[in-house]
Design a protein around this ligand. Structure first.
Ligand code: SF4
Length: 327
């Protein structure tokens, strides 16, 4: 039986952190066996907001692919490609732009939120408004049945469905309407208790060394009500404990839960245990990454093979689309 197709991408705007790991990558890895997965570097998407500092894009592309492989995303079981290397995405984006009503884009909640929140860059551009149209092209090019996304991206998948429906209405049944596959999210936050993000300076990166990681965990905000070592704490509101729940043994988690509540353990000691657990988890990932860094041509080869596979599918889809549109 042919596997269903899923498509998902990541913007190459810097190193990956635990937010990416729990917000997308572990789910992507989990989906490898069940689906025919297309995972891509969304470098044109990066341009929609980073058009004035493009220097990070190419290097981040390789960094991210190395991170993907290091955490166990198998390029043999999926297709990794770079969006800008498949020019058909631009063509399909253009055709979708012709049929997408402007109000669909203007009412998009993510668009409105980002305009409000990201004030240090001018996002009042044609490209930024059209971001979800390009995303629809990325997804529908491979006739995806599903798109694994976080809750904040769900409106974009809905828009993709609407664009597919409208295209099919005008030109005939070409595209399936993909389902939103919501990523189960763990409740881990950045070291300052805000959403983990490179731009907030609160991220623990997958490439951090032991020392960098120890220092960041040492600065983590814990239970804000626990001012002194002798105060009992509440692990339920503590981000350090959230990491323990994922990375420490069940015995350690139970022990810390009990000791925290009766002030039997201090936050300094608790953080050291957590940092050690994270470092243990990261060690094999770092080792795989060191091996990849020593073989840059292998990474380039993986991307090139993936591009070739993606391009073949894209060429087929676009032949069908041009025929349908009568171009
Ligand atoms: S002891 Fe651990 S779980 Fe409790 S508040 Fe401190 S860091 Fe958090």
């Amino acid at each position: 039986m042919t596997k269903k197709v899923i498509v998902s991408g990541m913007r190459p705007t810097g190193k990956l952190h635990f937010g990416h790991l729990h917000g997308a990558l572990l789910n992507w890895r989990h989906l490898l066996d069940e689906y025919n997965c297309y995972y891509f570097i969304a470098d044109w998407h990066a341009l929609t907001s980073e058009y004035s500092r493009t220097d990070i894009i190419r290097q981040s592309t390789y960094e991210i692919v190395m991170d993907w492989i290091s955490i166990g995303l198998d390029p043999e079981k999926s297709t990794f490609f770079v969006q800008s290397h498949i020019k058909e995405h631009a063509e399909l984006h253009l055709l979708f732009a012709m049929i997408t009503p402007l109000p669909w884009l203007e009412r998009n909640p993510t668009y409105k939120d980002q305009l409000r929140e990201i004030t240090q860059r001018d996002l009042y551009t044609y490209g930024f408004l059209g971001y979800p149209v390009l995303q629809a092209a990325d997804i529908l090019m491979y006739k995806a049945n599903g798109v694994p996304v976080g809750e904040d991206q769900a409106p974009h998948v809905e828009l993709t469905r609407e664009i597919a429906r409208r295209f099919n209405h005008f030109f005939g049944e070409i595209f399936p309407e993909p389902d939103t596959l919501l990523t189960p999210t763990a409740k881990i936050l950045g070291i300052d208790r805000r959403k983990m993000s490179k731009s907030y300076g609160n991220a623990i990166f997958l490439t951090d060394t032991d020392e960098e990681l120890d220092a960041k965990v040492g600065r983590m905000i814990t239970d804000p009500q626990r001012a002194k070592r002798s105060d009992p704490g509440n692990p339920a509101v503590c981000n350090v404990f959230s990491f323990h729940e994922i990375y420490s043994s069940p015995e350690t988690v139970a022990d810390i839960d009990k000791k925290c509540r009766n002030a039997g353990i201090g936050c300094v000691e608790c953080k050291k245990l957590m940092a050690a657990a994270l470092n243990r988890y990261l060690e094999p990932i770092r080792e795989r990454r060191r091996q990849l860094e020593a073989r840059p041509d292998d990474v380039k080869q993986i991307i090139s093979e993936g591009n070739k596979k993606a391009r073949a599918v894209a060429a087929e889809t676009m032949a069908e689309v041009r025929e349908a549109v009568q171009l």
